[in-house]
Design a protein around this ligand. Structure first.
Ligand SMILES: [Zn+2]
Length: 82
């Protein structure tokens, strides 16, 4: 192919730009789980789930205590890893 020849592929690459691949792509792409689960997983990976500590920071709620254990604030770390 000559250098000045138009290519749809090259134009697409230019328009799309370059982004780094994310390591969690394999968890969400081609996942056979329910769409709501995959969406919740995506939100969790992005740390966008509405945990009580986030809602408290925004002033939406005042009680940020974990609903499950009632001992510590409900944070991302506490809910999924503690
Ligand atoms: Zn708890």
């Amino acid at each position: 192919m000559e250098a000045d020849e138009f290519s749809i592929k090259e134009m697409y690459k230019e328009l799309r730009g370059e982004y780094n691949k994310v390591s969690w792509k394999i968890l969400t792409c081609n996942n056979q789980g329910r769409p709501t689960w995959i969406f919740a997983l995506y939100l969790e990976i992005q740390r966008k789930l509405y945990t009580k500590d986030r809602l408290g920071n925004w002033g939406i709620i005042t009680d940020v205590t974990c609903y499950l254990c009632s001992t510590t604030p409900e944070t991302h770390q506490h809910l999924f890893f503690e």
